[in-house]
Design a binder for this molecule. Structure first.
Ligand code: GMT
Length: 370
């Protein structure tokens, strides 16, 4: 098949999934056309079956705002006609689904639209009255819609009052990148001693991630055992986090690493991963951790319970319950046999339920049906 893919090309789970999907589809022999405003950051493969079409937005002085959505639609229509695309797969409903619908109308060649919902396109933007009807229209007019968890599919139907079928296709990781590596010197290079446990939190440091809870949980943990917290990523809540760490006087135990490329290396020296968000449609980082044999503690919201199996691959806690999160972490980190068991179970669970081969097959089946 000839498949066009549109996503936000910058750092973010939806861009990662879209790019990895494109690369795996190309390996299966499909022709892939990325139609995006910049080169997707994970697109690191030379493959003659992968094309990249940049959406250029004109800066005509009359425009008060640059018309990205229209430039995208126009580029999509051009690529659909020029390469006779079978499928236009857009990630993130707004504005990509709307641009795709417009492109389908403009193009002469018949193309089918698949829209994948990733989370905040529904849980945040779908609640905004300005966009609600437009997102609903984008979903209803797509030829097929997928969501990354049952929770997100349910929430979309409820919030937007949608009858249309929403196929749940879970997220996945590239297993060639995400696996536990033997890096005996790395801990030491970060100033972490062999006996210290390592806890990680990886995110875009936005309010929904509740970084404060991560730090407060760690504060309780480090009172009971030797541990370091690695905070990986950057975003608006970073300076608040920095101040809290200072206020709690744990600066020597918390490492602010900022944005990092080789996440799987850092996960390979981690014992436990935290995702204590108040909104999360899936939590791709959980899967990244599990593939690196790291158990996770997450909140009992959104799609997280579909990824973490309580008391088997990690623990689920209520949003804001830092005492419970710390109690689970202390228990697990103090019992090496249990920690090893959870690590293996996390890895096995991820491989069995979210393997890339299985997930990519589900997308291919959906394309074929259209
Ligand atoms: O809005 C965001 O948090 C970014 C968004 C993205 O584009 O990465 O994340 C959403 O999509 C990811 C990939 O499907 C999911 O793993 C995240 O859980 C989801 N974020 C939220 O629902 C908050």
């Amino acid at each position: 098949m000839k498949i066009g893919i549109t996503c936000y090309p910058t750092v973010g789970g939806s861009g990662v999934i879209a790019t990895e999907l494109g690369m795996l589809l190309a390996e299966l022999g499909h022709e892939i056309h990325f139609i995006t405003s910049g080169l997707p950051f994970r697109l690191n493969q030379v493959n003659p079956a992968i094309y990249y079409h940049e959406v250029e937005v004109s800066h005509y002085p009359v425009f008060q705002h640059d018309p990205y959505d229209l430039a995208l639609a126009s580029k999509m229509a051009e690529v659909v006609d020029q390469y006779k695309l079978d499928i236009l797969h857009v990630h993130y409903a707004m504005p990509h689904a709307i641009s795709a619908i417009l492109a389908r109308d403009i193009a002469k060649h018949n193309v089918k639209i698949v829209t994948t919902l990733h989370g905040t396109d529904i849980t945040v933007l779908g609640m905004d009255q300005t966009f609600k009807n437009m997102i609903k229209y984008g979903i209803e007019q797509s030829d097929a819609v997928t969501a990354v968890s049952n929770s997100l599919a349910r929430q979309t139907k409820e919030l937007l009052d949608i009858e249309k079928e929403i196929n749940v296709i879970y997220n996945f990781v590239n297993e060639n990148d995400y696996y536990k590596k033997q890096l005996p010197l790395l801990k030491n290079e970060y100033g972490i001693s062999e006996s210290e446990k390592v806890i990680t939190h990886i995110s875009n440091f936005r309010k929904v991630k509740r970084i404060e809870d991560v730090i407060r949980t760690f504060f309780l943990i480090q009172q009971k055992l030797d541990a370091k917290l690695m905070l990986i990523g950057d975003g608006p809540e970073c300076s608040k986090a920095f101040h809290l760490v200072k206020q709690l006087q744990i600066e020597d135990k918390v490492l602010f690493l900022g944005k990092q490329e080789n996440i799987s290396d850092l996960l390979s020296i981690s014992d436990l991963n935290f995702l204590l968000s108040e909104k999360e449609s899936f939590g791709l980082v959980l899967l990244e951790a599990m593939n690196c044999e790291v158990p996770c503690i997450g909140t009992n919201i959104g799609g997280i319970p579909e990824v973490i199996k309580h008391n088997k691959t990690g623990y689920l806690i209520d949003v804001g319950d830092v005492e419970q999160a710390a109690a689970h972490a202390i228990e697990l980190l103090s019992d090496i046999d249990k920690l090893n068991r959870f690590s293996k179970q996390a890895y096995n669970y991820a491989r069995k339920n979210f393997h890339s081969t299985q997930i990519v097959d589900q997308y291919v089946d959906l394309y074929k049906k259209l």
